[in-house]
Design a protein around this ligand. Structure first.
Ligand SMILES: Cc1cc2nc3c(=O)[nH]c(=O)nc-3n(C[C@H](O)[C@H](O)[C@H](O)COP(=O)(O)O)c2cc1C
Length: 131
């Protein structure tokens, strides 16, 4: 995906997510997106439908979903960051990025939730064009 496509997605998401009280995080690693969507169930179901039909990407999967009173990304309409697979292995403790695709649920759910939580602080800056 080009940087222009990405900018379009994030810019559209900002306005639309604010209007639906949706918050979250989009993380790009080696050609793959990981996204956390937080909000009321109806808003999230509807948004997920839209995103999964978007032709700018493919192979969309839900890793986990659930209910919580606390949002991780409450201050972001859609936080964005991109990391290398090397950084991924350092942060997650998983040896290779490709191993993530082989881990079975529920271990996969736990690993990914723990991993995405690490982006809730400002340790990983968004690019200058997205703040
Ligand atoms: C990886 C990815 C993540 C996206 N995240 C969001 C999002 O958080 N919010 C949003 O409104 N659109 C997001 N989009 C864009 C939607 O797929 C879609 O273009 C948008 O909801 C407008 O849909 P519409 O033209 O059918 O109204 C994302 C797209 C991609 C490819």
């Amino acid at each position: 995906m080009s940087q222009d496509d990405l900018k379009d997605i994030l810019q559209d998401s900002r306005e639309s997510n604010i209007s639906k009280d949706v918050t979250g995080m989009l993380l790009y690693i080696e050609g793959r997106f990981f996204q956390v969507l937080e909000g009321e169930k109806e808003a999230i179901d509807e948004l997920y439908e839209h995103i999964s039909r978007d032709e700018r990407h493919r192979d969309v999967n839900i890793i986990t979903r659930g209910y919580t009173k606390r949002r991780i990304f409450k201050d972001w309409s859609m936080r964005y960051s991109s990391i290398s697979s090397k950084e991924f292995t350092r942060l997650s403790g998983i040896k290779r990025f490709s191993d993530l695709l082989r881990i079975k649920k529920p271990q996969l759910e736990q690993q990914v939730v723990m991993f995405m939580n690490k982006f809730s602080d400002k340790t990983f800056p968004s690019p200058s064009w997205w703040s």
